[in-house]
Design a protein around this ligand. Structure first.
Ligand SMILES: *Cc1c(COP(=O)(O)O)cnc(C)c1O
Length: 299
């Protein structure tokens, strides 16, 4: 598939306190102003598969603030495919910035009640405008082995084998599965789930791994700040302070929580002295558009 021009770069962070470790960040957020980050990597194998099967249209699922929805819309358009977004919940009077962005990439939006959405029962009116045989379905959040396969390239585009620890946000865990599969046997791959009570997450990630990698990762589950897209003053203060120190912007749903976790773990002595830590900036900055303007010092 056609992909953003440049590869993502690695920057070293000068944190006020790094407690004897080196901390670098892989800036996937710089790949594209709106459709940044891990979503490109997760989508590319789905797009290749759709094209190989001569499909013309990608269909996927998500909420009104889903980075995956807008990324699918843009990636489809850039690859000459149509896109359909099945959106959870009734159509609101005012569309979210995410949905407006998806529409600007000509995604057709269909709103489903939460019940119908849970059952993933597709509204039949989709087929007034689209032939079912032309449609390739991308699972919600890009979860699946094609998504994980694409995410392997996150580590492979740059030389990353010298890092001792790799830290990334976890939603569905597809990205983390890619990192685990691409990582070396010596590397510790650490995932920070942004959802509360993600009891089945470990299993869902393992489903995307070969057996010998089933325990090659760790999930640290205390950094969700109350659950998906929940936030508080401590998180927003951290994001502002992190930006002051490093000039790296973060989002409050994924990377803010993840980098908060990394700094907290540094303070608590989790990483042995001399550790070389790579933080994955998975993007998602468009999500900050739903915060109050004055909440963040970067915009
Ligand atoms: C979607 C997303 C994630 C989560 O990726 P998964 O592969 O679903 O775990 C992490 N960070 C950002 C910025 C995202 O948009």
């Amino acid at each position: 598939m056609s992909f953003p021009a440049a590869k993502a770069r690695i920057e070293s962070l000068s944190l006020a306190t790094s407690f004897g470790a080196t901390v670098d960040v892989l800036r996937l957020d710089l790949l594209h102003p709106v459709v940044s980050g891990n979503k490109w990597f997760k989508l590319k194998e789905y797009i290749n598969a759709a094209k190989t099967a001569s499909k013309t249209t990608l269909l996927t699922f998500g909420g009104a603030y889903s980075n995956h929805i807008v990324a699918t819309a843009a990636a489809a358009k850039m690859n000459g495919l149509k896109s359909i977004g099945i959106i959870r919940g009734e159509k609101p009077e005012v569309l979210s910035p995410t949905l407006l962005a998806a529409m600007s990439y000509e995604m057709h939006l269909h709103f489903l009640s939460r019940t119908a959405y849970r059952e993933k029962s597709l509204p039949t009116d989709i087929y007034i405008n689209h032939n079912p045989e032309d449609i390739s379905v991308v699972p919600e959040g890009g979860y699946g082995s094609l998504g994980a396969k694409g995410a392997e390239d996150i580590l492979r585009e740059n030389e990353t084998t010298s890092y001792t620890h790799i830290v990334s946000a976890v939603g569905t865990g597809t990205t983390l599965a890619g990192l685990i599969n691409a990582g070396t046997a010596e590397q510790k791959i650490i995932g920070i789930p942004v959802l509360k009570n993600a009891f089945s997450l470990r299993q869902e990630i393992q489903n995307l791994l070969p057996v010998e990698k089933h325990n090659a990762f760790e999930l640290l589950t205390d950094y969700h700040f109350g659950g998906y897209a929940k936030h508080n003053a401590a998180l927003l203060n951290f994001m502002n302070e992190f930006y002051r120190q490093t000039a790296v912007p973060t989002d409050f749903v994924y990377t803010g929580k993840t980098f908060f976790a990394a700094v907290d773990l540094l303070k608590k002595g989790y990483f042995p002295a001399g550790s070389k830590i790579l933080l994955i900036h998975t993007g998602g900055l468009q999500g900050n558009a739903s915060l109050k303007k004055e909440a963040l010092i970067f915009g």
